[in-house]
Structures are given as structure tokens and as C-alpha cells.
Design a binder for this molecule. Structure first.
Ligand code: GDP
Length: 405
């Protein structure tokens, strides 16, 4: 058993938010596939979706806990937190948003911004969660990246930063032009899950349009980021790394929202989306604790963790998913639930993968883990060191939340 302390700069705690049917489940499943933790792809309505805990529990009897799933991409640890996407669960969405550092917003390329996307978007605004957008279903007739980006601007009041130009439409949607690197990424016609793309030159017929759009991208970025503006005004062609760095700063400041496109169902566009997640979305070091605790997470500091979801696991029983903001959460330790004013003993601590759980001796700031043995803690409550009580700012739950004296 290990006590793994992650390199926080390389952690992304993210959720996926979407209107129902936009493709959240398919996108999440493809992400798990590409990140190597799931090597089977099921159709989403077959009850064979790695992220769908209850379906799995019911139909296959396998324990897969979906509240948070740890996976890896390009040297980064990505904790994918399952954010319920339905209007009825607004409070639950908010609980999850509190523990995210960033999110992927999935849109249906035909329907664009739908009412429910607006609701969740505004919640994410309230919690200051930076986002990247994925315009999905580009293989459908009538899908439009520009129209969707226009709706993101008009209806959601965001500044979309369109990073790609789709190549082809409907069944002929084959790939995208990457407007930062100015190269084309092309997937095989019937891309199997996990299929890699070919990197080729921008098709000559699209070169002029790609240049124009890249110009627009850089203009938008310069307006959003002063450092990039100064560089841009010098007139030199900015290096790819400088453009990425500026997009990251502007995204974390919520001054822009990068927009990418693809077809999760046809296995196109998901790898660049993962690249965008690790390149542009914040690490726990970039994000403040709820209530604006300054300075980012500190490993040496006393424990402060927030319980955000309780699930009943067939084999393990009651599991409490927590986000650690500072300090260490150790198996066997006695902690204080500062909201209830009660001590709790931490049982086993797990990092949950899509198809396996990994028992760890302790977890540190910035991490998201599942804890066994907590009997009294419910969602929204703070766990802390008994000698250093604190409450991570409570939010407006419909049920009364007791404040500590
Ligand atoms: P969710 O409700 O947002 O989780 O959406 P799902 O992932 O369950 O997808 C809803 C429906 O859209 C399913 O029938 C998917 O097969 C389909 N779908 C998902 N992604 C795509 C896509 O890229 N293209 C097309 N044509 N259909 C898709």
C-alpha cells in the first residue's frame, strides 16, 4: 500500500457538464477509454457504461464507483468527477461543482446551447469553474461549430475561443484543423475506439480560411490576456507554447472558453479534448478552496476536506467521497467533522479507477479519494484535524446545515 502524494501541478479535478442527450456519457466513456482505464466500449443504453455506477451494480454486479474516477493523460492525473446533468439534481450539481477545479461542457452540435446547459453553466459561473467546451455530434446533419460558438457567446455570455476548424460534415466529418499548431488531425473513416489520428498538412482548400480563423483566435486571446497582447503587438508570430500558455491563463481567469469539436460516438476529437483539459484547465494549485481560502492547497497544513458524495458500495459499504483542500487524510486517523462537532475515524482510503480500486495509506491536498468508515458525515460537511477546526464555507442546501460554535 502506498501513500501517493501527487504532483499537484499535474492534477486535474474535472467534471463533465451537459444537457441531457448531448453526449456526456459517451464522452466520459471515451475519455476513460483513451486514458487507458477501460478497454471495453459499450453502447450507452446497454447498461455497459463504465461510469454508470447504478446500472453496473444492477446488471453486472461489478463494483464500479463513479462518483470520482481517476485516470491518466499525458503525465497528468485526471480525476473525473461525475456531475449529474439533470435539472432535478441541481443541488447535487452544485455540490459537485464545489469540488471541481475545471469542467468540460459538452454540447450537441445540432441543438447547440439548450436550456439545461444554461442552468448548469450559470451554476459553474457562480462557483468560478473554468471550462472548455466540446461541441459533440459533428457527424450529425446540421451540426455547426460556428453556430454553437455563437450561442455560447449570446446565451451564456462567455467569450468562445474556437481552437479548431472541422473538416467535412456528417458521415464525412473526418477531423479538425488545429488552429494553434496549424495542422490537421484526421481520424480513419470508421475509427475504432482508441484509434489514433494522423497529423497532416492543413488541406490546401482550407488553408486561407484556417489562417483567417487563427488570426481571429489570436485577436480574441490578445484582448483577453495582457501578456499575450504585449507579445502580439510586437508583431512576431507567437510560438505554439506561448499561445498555449496564454490560453491557459485566459481560461483560468474565465476570460475565454476554449471551444473544440468532435464526435464522441464516432471516436473523433476526444484526444485533443483531453489535451485541452491538461493544457488549459487549472490544477488544484490554481484554484482556491470554497469560500476563497487563499494560497492554494498546502500539504504541511492541517487537514481540511469536504465530503461531496456518499455512495453505498456493494462490497465496501458506505463510501464517502472527499476532496482534500489541505493537509493529509490518513487511514486510521481520527478526524473532526466540524459541522456536526463529532469525531470520526477514517477507515480505508481508496483511489477509485473505472475498473479497479487502489487502497492507499494516505492522500494529500488537491486529491479526491473515497473513504470507508465514516459513519456520521454527510455531503457538504467538512472534515478537519481535531486540533485545527475549520468549516469550508457552507452553501445553501435545502436541508439545514448546522454551523459549528
Ligand atoms: P448524455 O445524456 O448527455 O449522457 O448523452 P449520451 O452519451 O447518453 O448520448 C445520447 C445519445 O446521443 C446516445 O444515443 C448516443 O449514442 C448519441 N451520441 C453521443 N455522441 C454522439 C455523436 O458524436 N454523434 C452522434 N450521431 N450521436 C451521438
Amino acid at each position: 500500500m502506498t501513500a501517493t502524494f501527487l504532483d499537484l501541478a499535474k492534477v486535474r479535478n474535472i467534471g463533465i457538464m451537459a444537457h441531457i442527450d448531448a453526449g456526456k456519457t459517451t464522452t466520459a466513456e471515451r475519455i476513460l477509454y483513451y486514458t487507458g482505464v477501460s478497454h471495453r466500449i459499450g453502447e450507452v443504453h446497454d447498461g455497459d457504461t463504465a461510469l454508470d455506477y447504478t446500472k453496473q451494480e444492477r446488471e453486472r454486479g461489478i463494483t464500479i464507483t463513479s462518483a470520482a474516477t481517476t485516470c491518466h493523460w499525458d503525465g497528468h492525473t485526471v480525476n473525473l468527477i461525475d456531475t449529474p446533468g439533470h435539472v432535478d439534481f441541481t443541488v447535487e450539481v452544485e455540490r459537485c461543482l464545489r469540488v471541481l477545479d475545471g469542467a468540460v461542457a459538452v454540447f450537441d452540435g445540432v441543438a447547440g446551447v439548450e436550456p439545461q446547459s444554461e442552468t448548469v453553466w450559470r451554476q459553474a459561473d457562480r462557483y468560478g469553474v473554468p471550462r472548455v467546451c466540446f461541441v459533440n455530434k459533428m457527424d450529425r446533419a446540421g451540426a455547426g461549430l460556428d453556430r454553437c460558438a455563437g450561442m455560447i457567446a449570446e446565451r451564456l455570455g462567455a467569450v468562445p475561443l474556437v481552437l479548431q476548424l472541422p473538416i467535412g460534415a456528417e458521415a464525412g466529418f473526418t477531423g479538425v484543423v488545429d488552429l494553434v499548431a496549424m495542422r490537421a488531425l484526421v481520424w480513419p473513416a470508421d475509427a475504432p475506439p482508441g484509434a489514433d489520428y494522423d497529423v497532416v498538412d492543413v488541406p490546401s482548400g482550407r488553408a486561407e480560411e484556417a489562417r483567417r480563423r487563427r488570426g481571429r483566435l489570436l485577436d480574441t486571446l490578445a484582448d483577453a490576456d495582457d501578456r499575450f497582447m504585449r507579445l502580439y503587438l510586437d508583431g512576431a508570430e507567437p510560438a505554439e507554447e506561448e499561445v498555449h500558455a496564454a490560453i491557459r491563463r485566459a481560461t483560468i481567469a474565465s476570460a475565454v472558453t476554449p471551444v473544440l469539436c468532435g464526435s464522441a460516438f464516432r471516436n473523433k476529437g476526444v484526444q485533443p479534448l483531453l489535451d485541452a483539459v491538461v493544457r488549459y484547465l487549472p490544477s488544484p494549485l490554481d484554484a482556491a478552496a470554497p469560500g476563497g481560502a487563499p494560497g492554494g492547497p498546502v500539504d504541511g497544513a492541517p487537514l481540511a476536506a469536504l465530503a461531496f458524495k456518499i455512495v453505498t458500495d456493494r462490497h465496501l459499504g458506505r463510501l464517502t467521497f472527499v476532496r482534500i483542500y489541505s493537509g493529509r487524510l490518513e487511514s486510521g486517523a481520527s478526524v473532526l467533522n466540524s459541522v456536526k462537532g463529532r469525531r470520526e475515524r477514517v477507515g480505508k482510503v481508496y483511489r477509485m479507477h473505472a475498473d479497479a480500486r487502489e487502497e492507499i495509506a494516505a492522500a494529500g491536498a488537491g486529491d479526491i479519494v473515497a473513504v470507508m468508515g465514516l459513519k456520521q458525515t454527510t455531503t457538504g460537511e467538512t472534515l478537519c484535524a481535531p486540533d485545527a477546526p475549520l468549516v469550508l464555507e457552507s452553501m445553501d442546501f435545502p436541508a439545514p446545515v448546522l454551523e459549528v460554535a
